[in-house]
Every structure is written in structure tokens, then in C-alpha cells.
Design a protein around this ligand. Structure first.
Ligand SMILES: *Cc1c(COP(=O)(O)O)cnc(C)c1O
Length: 394
């Protein structure tokens, strides 16, 4: 059996995004013991880097060892107990997974549902709070990667706080890509992922819990049903109380080198600069797509810059387009999920994949393959020109 050698792709789907060469290089450094004093220094730095990215002072801030789904489950299993009621907002795939998590914790999920491709409707959240004053938690997805919709996290957290409820926020795709303020918005539990706007390899999930959430975890009636995700145990590994860290599980050492490097890169660029870059590149991609005659799914003021869902025009074979992009240009874009399967393409402009070159390649490649898949291009060349005009107005 020969060694495995993956092709060099351009990743413009819903994640993973292109992993920065510095991150790949960091991951190839020598493996050391996870209790090595040098590694413990990395763990300390990691917590500070994550606090910077999340804009929080939360003590309990660290990466969970596992993909975004593990971060999601970590938040739910620690805060939700059997018999609790949780208000879950669903406007895409990931809200549905939150419901699953709530039910598997033995709790009741009260659903607030919105159309796929729309933000969470704040009026519906208000009504759900009124109808369920005893609910313990409100859970929602800040950036719905399955549809490209952005919800007003600040407003939802404000309502939750006023009602005395905790919040669990999915920030897997939002962290690093759009404004996110854990402390200023009063978020109680949040999880993200390494492979979206942080442009690290998949497999780690930054999480953070507020002091209020920490109190709730400490005051639980029964043990967290998941031994692996029990924060009261994980804390002792990440906190080094009294100088000694106690073994919980072997941290994914080299994966953590990668996340550390990706957060250093984010800090070097600056969080606000990163948000601006994502926005500017989104506007350029959008200008190009529209010049080509394509339409975005999400209404303008609810769009995510880092995930662009495009309506597949009638008569176009959407899978054939993705296949050609991959075969001819090594370019990956995403398909629709769930209710949107076959109806949209999803183009990610996340982290290292949010660049002028990515936009130009994607527009030119799309324009070259769409005619073969059943869509006439009225003005060839107009897409790249429109994107350029948006990026370089003078
Ligand atoms: C990708 C994603 C997840 C799941 O992350 P995995 O790393 O695939 O487990 C959860 N929520 C949102 C919004 C996502 O985009």
C-alpha cells in the first residue's frame, strides 16, 4: 500500500476551509507529552487566544477535543438535565441537532421554527419565552451554515437574560467571520469549530462558559451523563489548580499546535480586520454572482458573508456543476442540505478561503462550467469584472 497523498484542492464549501500553510507546518512539529511543562504553556496560551477570539474573560474557555458536534454536545450535556425545558430555535440543519441533544438529555425542546434561509424571528422567540416562562435555556445557531442565514445573537441573548434564561450559542461558523461578543452580549455557553473561519484542520471545538453557566454546572442535581464531556472533570485538566493538571484524556497534541497557530494568525490580522475582510469579499463574490445571473437565497440583511447560498437555476444539474468544478479546477463548493438539497449551492468564503484569488477562481470556473450544465451566460466575463469593481473601486 503506498502512502496516502491527497490532491491539493481549493476549499470553498461549508468547511473545512483552506488550512493555512503555517497551520499545517505547526501540526507537523514534534509530538510531546500532553503533560509536558512545555505543552502546558501552550494550553495556557490557547485559553488566552480563545478569549481574544470570543471576546470574553470567561475562565472556562478551552478547545473541546472533537469536532464542532462535540462542542455542541458539551454545552448541552453540562447545562441541561432531565426534566428541563429548552427553547430551541431552528432555521436549518443545526438547530435540528440541538433539538436532538436536548431530547437525549431527557429534557423537553420547545421549538421556534423559521424558514430555511431566514434568520430566527425575534417575535417568535419573545412569544416562546412568554409561553414557557420556566424554560431554563434558549439555544440557537448564530450562523446557520446549512442556509447562509445570520441571526441576531445579541437580541436573542438580551431577551433570554431579561427572562432569567441561559443561552447556548452555536458559533461554529461565526467565530472569526462576523462580529461575535461573548461577554458584551451575555452569552452563557458557546461552541465553535476549528475548520470554518479559523482555517485550521477539523477536529477541535473551542467552547466557553460564563460564570453563571459555571454555577449551574456546579449546582447540578445529577452527574453529567457523558463522562468524556463532563466539564467538572475537564476543568481539572485545563485549569491546573494548585499547579498540577490531572489526566483526563490525552489531548490531541499536534492538532492543538494547529489551532494555536490559527489563533495566532487571527490575532496578527486582528479580529475586526478579519470581520471586514469577510464582508468585503462577500460583497465582491455577490457582485460577480449577480452579474452572472445567479441569485442568493437569503435576504440581504440576513446574509452571512462567509457562507453564500445560491439558488440553482431551473433546468441546471447542480451536482454536475460541483463535479466539474472539482474535476477541472480542484475547486470544492458545497451542496444543499436537508430541505435545500438539490436547490442551492453553498460557497464558503471562510478564513484563508476568503481572498481575492478564491473569488476570481470561483467566478471564472463557474462561468466556464455552467453552460455545459444548462445555464446560458448572457455576458461572459462580466462576473469577474463585477467582483473586481467591487474590490478595487478606483
Ligand atoms: C460545521 C457545523 C457544525 C458541526 O461541526 P462539525 O465539526 O462538523 O462537527 C455545527 N454547527 C454549525 C453551524 C456548523 O457549521
Amino acid at each position: 500500500m503506498p502512502s496516502f497523498n491527497p490532491p491539493l484542492r481549493v476549499l470553498m464549501g461549508p468547511g473545512p476551509s483552506d488550512v493555512h500553510p503555517r497551520v499545517l507546518a505547526a501540526m507537523a512539529r514534534p509530538c510531546i507529552g500532553h503533560l509536558d511543562p512545555v505543552f502546558q504553556q501552550l494550553m495556557e496560551e490557547m485559553k488566552d487566544l480563545l478569549r481574544y477570539a470570543f471576546r470574553t474573560k470567561n475562565r472556562l474557555t478551552m478547545p473541546a477535543s472533537g469536532p464542532g458536534s462535540v462542542g455542541m454536545e458539551t454545552c448541552f450535556v453540562n447545562l441541561v438535565e432531565p426534566g428541563d425545558t429548552v427553547i430551541v430555535c431552528q432555521n436549518g440543519v443545526f438547530g435540528g441537532r440541538m433539538k436532538e441533544n436536548v431530547e437525549r438529555c431527557g429534557a423537553t425542546a420547545v421549538m421556534v421554527t423559521d424558514d430555511w434561509g431566514r434568520a430566527v424571528d425575534l417575535n417568535k422567540v419573545r412569544d416562546a419565552i412568554k409561553a414557557n416562562p420556566k424554560a431554563k435555556v434558549i439555544a440557537f445557531v448564530h450562523a446557520e451554515t446549512s442556509t447562509g442565514a445570520r441571526s441576531d445573537a445579541e437580541a436573542i441573548c438580551k431577551m433570554a437574560k431579561a427572562a432569567g434564561m441561559l443561552t447556548i450559542v452555536d458559533a461554529v461558523t461565526s467565530l472569526g467571520g462576523i462580529p461575535l461578543e461573548v461577554d458584551a452580549w451575555g452569552i452563557d455557553a458557546i461552541y465553535s469549530g476549528s475548520q470554518k473561519c479559523l482555517s485550521c484542520a477539523p477536529g477541535l471545538s473551542p467552547v466557553s462558559f460564563s460564570a453563571r453557566a459555571e454555577e449551574v454546572i456546579k449546582g447540578r442535581n445529577r452527574k453529567v451523563q457523558s463522562w468524556f464531556m463532563d466539564m467538572s472533570l475537564i476543568m481539572n485538566y485545563w485549569e491546573a489548580k494548585g499547579g498540577a493538571r490531572t489526566y483526563h484524556h490525552t489531548a490531541p497534541v499536534n492538532a492543538l499546535y494547529g489551532l494555536h497557530e490559527s489563533l495566532v494568525i487571527l490575532q496578527e490580522e486582528g479580529l475586526e480586520k478579519s470581520w471586514e475582510r469577510h464582508k468585503k469579499n462577500h460583497l465582491a463574490l455577490r457582485a460577480g454572482l449577480e452579474a452572472m445571473g445567479l441569485e442568493l437565497l437569503v435576504p440581504e440583511n440576513e446574509r452571512l458573508p462567509q457562507l453564500n447560498a445560491i439558488k440553482v437555476p431551473a433546468g441546471v444539474d447542480e451536482a454536475a456543476v460541483r463535479k466539474r468544478l472539482l474535476a477541472d479546477y480542484n475547486l470544492e463548493i458545497g451542496a444543499g442540505l436537508g430541505a435545500l438539497a438539490g436547490k442551492v449551492w453553498r460557497i464558503g468564503l471562510m478564513g484563508s478561503s476568503s481572498t481575492t484569488n478564491h473569488i476570481t477562481l470561483c467566478l471564472a470556473a463557474l462561468e466556464s462550467v455552467l453552460p455545459g450544465a444548462g445555464m446560458k451566460i448572457a455576458r461572459p466575463g462580466a462576473a469577474v469584472a463585477a467582483a473586481r469593481a467591487a474590490l478595487y473601486p478606483n
